[in-house]
Write a protein that binds this ligand. Sequence first.
Ligand code: BMA
Length: 332
Amino acid sequence: MAIQIIGGPLPNIPWEDRPAGAHGVVWRSVRNPIIPRDLLPTSNSIFNSAVVPYKGAFAGVFRCDDTARNMQLHAGRSQDGITWKLEPERIHFACKNTDCDCAEVNRWVYGYDPRVVWIEDRYYVTWCNWFHGPTIGVGYTYDFETFYQLENAFLPFNRNGVLFPRRINGKYAMLSRPSDNGHTPFGDIFYSESPDMHYWGNHRYVFGTANGWQSTKVGAGPIPIETSEGWLLIYHGVLTSCNGFVYSAGVALLDLDQPWKVIARSRHYIISPQTLYECVGDTPNVVFPCAALCDAATGRLAIYYGGADTVVALAFGYVEELIDFARRDSLV
Ligand code: BMA
């Protein structure tokens, strides 16, 4: 491989070779959807979820909307990254931060679209957390059994808070997408940093909408992947059609030291809603990636995404090919 991926080997990454004749830069698992909407007896839908390698297997935080249509987060485990066992009870965050006013911050109303990342000594979780509307909740766990909640990162309204997997210039770093209290018809990606995972500032503009599939709004997807070429960011982009929003995903390359500087950005989507489980469900025409496993030894990537706000699906690709895709015909 000409490029270098910063990260460990992941020999047990879920994987299927590119099918003969497939011309896309990513391809779907033949086992999709890997998590059905009713995996839990109480769930209406399970989608937009985050997974990480954990103790030689896999663990994650899953968006499970229940049959009352409450948006909840559940922990889950898997041996192979494909067959998942989810906790029937939602995550109840404990408060461990002495600066944190538990009564205020820990008042659970809803949580959705989680991301999970290992930073230094623990797994951090960010999610879209109710605080008089949606904003970015932050918590952490060591074992996917006990979860602790920190202060919300931002004022409402905000969505798609995605942490970088290490400090950048000594600071924790997060992408987010300021929004409104509804089905936001706008949205650009911003960068913020924090010395302590508590106070966030030094906000920078990363990028906004562009023509076509990303013309209404954009938001960060999985945790950015560090490479010798820059941070590889998979993001979602939304187009407004005569039938409503259409969610696709693309790829960008951000500067390693100043990630608000965009090195390359795909003009074309890497995946758009085309299969039945992406086009038919509670919200038609949505692919929404929230996690990616990466094997730094081979460059293999397994991308987890929500299909039609109903199920979890998996797609595969190679980091090097995604970087090429972002650079080829780049918007910047
Ligand atoms: C966004 C979020 C996502 C969802 C998407 C499409 O605003 O609510 O959870 O997948 O809309 O409905």
